[in-house]
Design a binder for this molecule. Structure first.
Ligand code: IMP
Length: 205
């Protein structure tokens, strides 16, 4: 496989994320495989101190496991009223084995009584690319919005039912995958990564 291979590993075991990423990357001329397609492959522990660290850690591990150019994301929800928490700890906000529902419950509880003006938050997503020639890069995407008081919507995953991005009245969980992918933090970052990939492919002839 060369540095300009058109086969990309999406280095995640999270099928919700893989679906979102594949939908955005699809059509950009790359063949996408997912870590879950490799029996025995495992996602590494997210021990980094920043989203960048964790995205790189996951992309490097994916490249090492498969030899393919690997793309990985790490996302954090930064809530103003919580001084930017849960941030890099978003998946473990309510504890090590917390479910999406546990995390949402705790977030809603922590913000109980906070007035609308104080409920600002943003999703920040960092996407890392670990190329099969050993080079690496990161890009990011941020979407600002607010944490609503009572969860709404059945779609998406994670904190989606509590997050209403600026510019509309729908939570991420009330949007179709297509709608979320038009504007989400991950879509913004993955589109930037797709542009980097396209340039590399072009340079590779
Ligand atoms: P990760 O470390 O990038 O897997 O993401 C950390 C946590 O952030 C996940 O466990 C989810 O709870 C949450 N998260 C990540 N992306 C999204 C999203 O697009 N919507 C809602 N929550 C998300």
């Amino acid at each position: 496989m060369t540095a300009h291979s058109a086969k990309i590993l999406v280095a995640t075991m999270n099928r919700d994320k893989a679906a979102e990423i594949a939908a955005v990357l699809g059509g950009s001329g790359v063949e996408i495989v997912c870590l879950a397609d490799f029996p025995g492959a495992m996602a590494p522990e997210e021990t980094g101190a920043t989203l960048e660290d964790n995205a790189l850690l996951k992309a490097r591990a994916g490249r090492a496991a498969t030899g393919l150019t690997a793309l990985a994301d790490d996302t954090g929800l930064e809530v103003d009223a919580l001084d930017g928490a849960p941030g890099v700890f978003s998946s473990r906000f309510a504890g090590e084995n917390a479910t999406y529902a546990d995390n949402c419950r705790l977030l809603a509880e922590r913000l109980r009584g906070v007035p609308p003006a104080g409920r600002g938050a943003r999703f920040r997503c960092v996407v890392a690319l670990a190329f099969d020639d050993g080079s690496e890069t990161t890009v990011d995407g941020t979407v600002a919005g607010r944490i609503i008081e009572t969860a709404r919507g059945q779609g998406g995953f994670g904190y989606d039912p509590l997050f209403e991005p600026d510019g509309g009245r729908l939570t991420y969980a009330e949007m179709s995958l297509e709608e979320k992918n038009r504007l989400s933090h991950r879509a913004v970052a993955v589109r930037k990564a797709a542009a980097v990939l396209a340039k590399r492919l072009q340079e590779g002839g």
